[in-house]
Design a protein. Sequence first.
Length: 138
Amino acid sequence: MPKFSHETLRDVGRRIYAACGAPAEEAALVTDVLVDANLMGHDSHGISQTSFYVADYHLGKIVPGAMIETEKGSDTAAVLNGNKNFGIVAATRATELAVEKAKQHHAASSGIRRSDTSRRVPIPTQSRADKRRNLVGR
């Protein structure tokens, strides 16, 4: 099996997602989460998932760049509508929103509907939130 550097995989992944219409920030986020999964030894949830994402894009199951909206919310909870965006993008936004709410109210949660499967989110998303804000979440 051929081996590629993570830099090469990130570059190619970002180009593929951009070709599907993903804004640069989303293309980078999705690619980074998948490549990071490979680097953590979770190859089944790594960059190989790109073929599934591209197929779902062509079937209209994913709408890159779709606005992620808060449908319901309170001081400590929110339900977001992913509007068929990548699950990785929606989960990251949901985590960031929950972290914002938790910083103010000491606890918070969020949920997502109408997004594509995240395939691999909890550890990278949790890690991003934890490192920036010293919070724990799943």
